[in-house]
Design a protein around this ligand. Sequence first.
Ligand SMILES: C[S@@+](CC[C@H](N)C(=O)[O-])C[C@H]1O[C@@H](n2cnc3c(N)ncnc32)[C@H](O)[C@@H]1O
Length: 229
Amino acid sequence: MIWIWLLSSVVVGLGLLYWLIIIGEGSYFGRGVVRWIYSRGASIYDRVRSNVTIHDEVHLGGPLRVALMAMPYAATLDVGTGTGRVPLLLAQETWFHGAIHGLDLTAAMLAQAQIKAQHAKVTERIQWHEGSGDNLQRWPDQSFGVVTCLEALEYFPRPRRAIAEMWRVLQPEGTLIISTWTPRHARWLPGKAWTAQQLQQLLQSFGCCDCEIRPWQADAYELVIAVKP
Ligand SMILES: C[S@@+](CC[C@H](N)C(=O)[O-])C[C@H]1O[C@@H](n2cnc3c(N)ncnc32)[C@H](O)[C@@H]1O
């Protein structure tokens, strides 16, 4: 009997760890643990994600082109940039001439991004910043034509403040692009993962009246695309 009890405890314990570390990426324990997990995983991050990011040219390039075509000299900011997914995509677009900024909490992720920028020979086009997405004070209001935040908001300690900050640094007619977990997946991170509808409501309370939700990356994510009036 004791063996059954012990075995069940181990299974439950491992399940809990999987949920907290792999699904929640340490976010319930705060910024320090999130940074620690991403520091450990930075060197393999791109390999693990390659089956998804292989479609970026279409699924990410499309919305970015629509957002920036009319303002090819606008500055852009990617919050929670990781290994530089958005900045590197933009830096290789020949029609885009604006300044490109990527911000992330984890220095090791930014180091990977810098290596990739060197290989792609676009180092001088991108500025990397270490910091938290809920504090964008280094930039004045209305600094960017596009602000993106992909697959990162759910790990921020103060997501509402981060969204308010992203909205603040966006210029009028600029576009905010944020990914959210679909409602089916968001159930797994209660109090952390925002659904697209919740995000849309918050943006509407900021005065946004042009906010589109579209499916993104299989059935796991949705993209919220909001234009600032
Ligand atoms: C799943 S990765 C996504 C990276 C990139 N946006 C992409 O789509 O490949 C999440 C990133 O968010 C970053 N992150 C987590 N909390 C953060 C915070 N408070 N501020 C800024 N970045 C944060 C992590 O360091 C990690 O690089």
